[in-house]
Structures are given as C-alpha cells and as structure tokens.
Design a binder for this molecule. Sequence first.
Ligand code: SF4
Ligand code: SF4
Length: 129
Amino acid sequence: MSHFIILGQDRPEMALCGICPDKGHCCRNFDSSLVYWDDASHEEVTRYMNFIANEQMPWIPLGPGPKRFVQNGRAYSHWLFDCPRIGSDGLCTDYANRPQACRTLIPGTVDVCVFQKIFPAHGKTEEIT
Ligand code: SF4
Ligand code: SF4
C-alpha cells in the first residue's frame, strides 16, 4: 500500500471503521499499490513485498489487478492481495501484530476503503484560488 508513510493512528477517521458497512473490505482482494511484473511468480511478489515493507507480510498475492502498464513490451500492474488474518466478522484476528501498512492506513482516504469508493471526494484536498 502507498499508505506506508501516512500516520493513521489516533485520527478521527478511525471512527469510520466502527460504522463500516463492509468491515474488512480493505483486507480482501485489495490493491496494495505494490507494482510488479505481471509474469512474476507469487513467491517473487511476496519476496518483493516483504523487502519493500521491511517486514514479513501476511498478504497473499492473488494476481495483477486492473491498473496495468507496459514497459518495453512487458506488462506490470498493481497487484491484488488477500489477507488470511481477516476474521469472518471482518475484524483483524491479529490486530496487535498487524503490519505497519495496516497501522498507518487512514480510513476514507485510500482506495481500498469502502468509504473512499462510496464518497470518492472524501479526504481529497481542493485547490483554493
Ligand atoms: S478501513 Fe475502510 S473498509 Fe476497512 S474496515 Fe475501516 S472503514 Fe471499512
Ligand atoms: S493484518 Fe489485519 S488489518 Fe492488516 S490486512 Fe490483515 S486482517 Fe487486515
């Protein structure tokens, strides 16, 4: 996720998770914004993700997503992931040990959040002229 550098804890937006109509939406079949070659193996993508995150990530690569690019005839994409730690109730089953990317996600401001899909303008700044 590109959310590695955004500090999300103790933000008022965290209240959105309490009223989320699809808890855990952000942990299932999500675009982490990790970009990698379409023809890479899932093991290679996992190694790259762990390297970029600088920690062992629980996420399972599903495959290249719809955000796709081509360089010298070779395709690369934002890969999609599932997290096996999501419970059937939509809550994280290992919240205390969740990765930094999960800790820093700000609900409502990122594409993986259901509220960003419902209200895409939420969290975006407007230019004042
Ligand atoms: S981050 Fe968004 S999608 Fe995920 S549980 Fe919170 S409100 Fe729901
Ligand atoms: S570790 Fe927890 S919060 Fe992070 S993606 Fe998995 S289930 Fe969601």
